[in-house]
Design a protein around this ligand. Structure first.
Ligand code: GDP
Ligand code: IMO
Ligand code: MG
Length: 443
């Protein structure tokens, strides 16, 4: 038996695992929400550690579809405590709308805990997000327009508003006024837009104080205590490795650190408490918004993947750009996130192809690369090099074990595992919670 076949057929290490990170390995929308929810039953806490309501996580439970933007996907498991960590930027209007919608469907969503240090997305962040995109014209990033980038910019610029600021009205009013002094000058003089009233912004934020009071806490204390007691804490990444502000395809990235290391910064839990890092990889590749995507298919094959996979954004409804699985993309994520496991999603979407290509290299200025290039210029010039695997026609959505999959499907999964260099521990064969093949226990 080859080393790779052993990795997939073995029973895996059985030890007490308590700190687990779930991270996207491509450009988002890999199915992180489903993977988090799937593990949720055995998890005590689920923490969002970065991003804001730019995320869209669709989870299907008992035929019911839930689209979550800000709340951790663990909210759908009644035994699990959902936590919004300090690394998240919170649009309070969106938060309470999401909570109310879930409550109306019978989910006790008001049990969420929110870090006092989380930053707030204020109305002027949303305005600036849209105005700057318009101003950039052809150079726009294709953001979700939710104000996420401007909110993080204020955080780093030390003029942000934190959840705790809402509990000191006088401080809040001073901070909003100081921040708007600068922003209004920009809006009026550069962008030719009306000024925003500091009083109105502060009043809007203050209306959430009563509902926030029971939720706000020092989530770092809560999570470290939980880990001390041997509870299982799952850190649910939003966005993905290649949207990371440091390691993604900068500047076509989001403004936070979705990578696994971001789980520590965004929740106040130290790196030695993380036992596993599970990378979520779609069986093909998608991307929303602008930016380089060497394997992008602009032909009917791309359109077929989009239709078969339902590749339309959960947050903005935009059609997702599609391509075949890119081993270089996931391989870099495996290295930088020190993945211990991969969860391969949407394998069922590939049913029906005669041959399934895999990107195994890039041609860049006459050179063949087998790892992502160092510079943006090289990535923009990269042409994909493919190898071809045999496809399958049999419906796999009802399969629940690896050995039940058609031989060519197994061969495809084993080849991906070999290219990524990390064991594949779970496979998604449909959107439902139960449509999963587990190969190695993650807990
Ligand atoms: P996330 O942002 O990473 O949580 O992913 P999204 O929810 O934005 O996009 C993933 C989509 O694929 C959702 O509509 C999921 O319901 C769906 N999905 C997840 N896993 C699978 C799978 O294994 N097969 C199929 N067909 N759909 C899946
Ligand atoms: P989930 O968690 C896919 C992309 C946007 C844009 C870039 C910057 O569902 O995987 P932003 O609004 O963050 O400033 O936009 O990042 N983007 C996502 N793409 N899935 C996401 O989240 C995304 N969150 C942001 O499309 O290209
Ligand atoms: Mg998504």
């Amino acid at each position: 038996m080859s080393r790779v076949a052993r990795m997939i057929s073995g029973t895996g290490r059985k030890a007490i695992m308590t700190g687990i990170v779930i991270v996207g390995t491509q450009w988002g929308d890999e199915g992180k929400g489903k993977a988090t929810d799937q593990l949720g039953e055995s998890v005590d806490y689920v923490v969002r550690y970065s991003g804001g309501n730019n995320a869209g996580h669709t989870v299907v439970v008992a035929g019911q579809t839930y689209a979550l933007h800000l709340l951790p996907s663990g909210i759908l498991n009644p035994g699990c405590v959902p936590v919004i960590g300090n690394g998240v930027v919170v649009d309070l209007g969106v938060l309470f709308e999401e909570i109310d919608q879930l409550m109306a469907r019978g989910v006790r969503a008001d049990r969420v805990l929110i870090s006092a240090n989380a930053h707030v997305i204020a109305p002027y962040h949303r305005v600036l997000d849209r105005v700057t995109e318009r101003f950039l014209g052809k150079r726009k990033l294709g953001t979700t327009g939710r104000g996420v980038g401007p909110a993080y910019a204020d955080k780093v610029n030390r003029i942000g508003i934190r959840v705790q600021d809402l509990f000191d009205e006088s401080i809040l009013r001073q901070k909003v006024a100081a921040c708007l002094e600068q922003k209004n000058a920009l809006l009026v003089k550069v962008y030719n837009r009306p000024a925003i009233s500091a009083t109105e912004v502060a009043d809007e934020l203050l209306q959430y104080v009563d509902r926030l009071r029971p939720m706000m806490t020092d989530t770092s204390v809560v999570l470290n205590d939980a880990l001390d007691q041997g509870k299982v804490v799952l850190f649910e990444g939003a966005q993905a490795h290649h949207l990371d502000v440091d390691f993604g395809t900068y500047p076509y990235v989001t403004s936070s650190s979705p990578i696994a290391a971001g789980a520590c910064i965004g929740s106040g839990v130290g790196p030695t408490r993380i036992d596993r890092v599970v990378g979520i990889a779609k069986a093909y590749t998608t991307r929303v918004g602008e930016g380089p995507f060497p394997g992008e298919l602009l032909d009917e094959a791309g359109e077929k993947l989009r239709q078969d996979g339902g590749e339309f954004g959960t947050t903005t409804g935009r059609p997702r750009r599609c391509g075949w699985f890119d081993a270089l993309v996931v391989n870099q994520a495996a290295r930088i996130n020190a993945l211990t496991d991969v969860f391969l999603t949407k394998l069922d979407v590939l049913t029906g192809w005669d041959k399934i290509p895999i990107v195994v290299g890039y041609q860049v200025n006459g050179n063949r690369l087998t790892a992502m290039p160092m510079t943006q210029t090289e990535l923009h010039h990269a042409q994909p090099i493919y190898e071809y695997m045999d496809g399958w026609t049999e419906d796999i959505t009802t399969k629940r074990s690896f050995s039940d999959l058609p031989a060519t499907t197994q061969a495809y999964v084993l080849r991906l595992q070999e290219l990524i260099g990390v064991r594949i521990s779970g496979i998604g064969v449909g959107p439902g919670r139960e449509q999963t093949i587990m190969i190695h226990d993650l807990l």
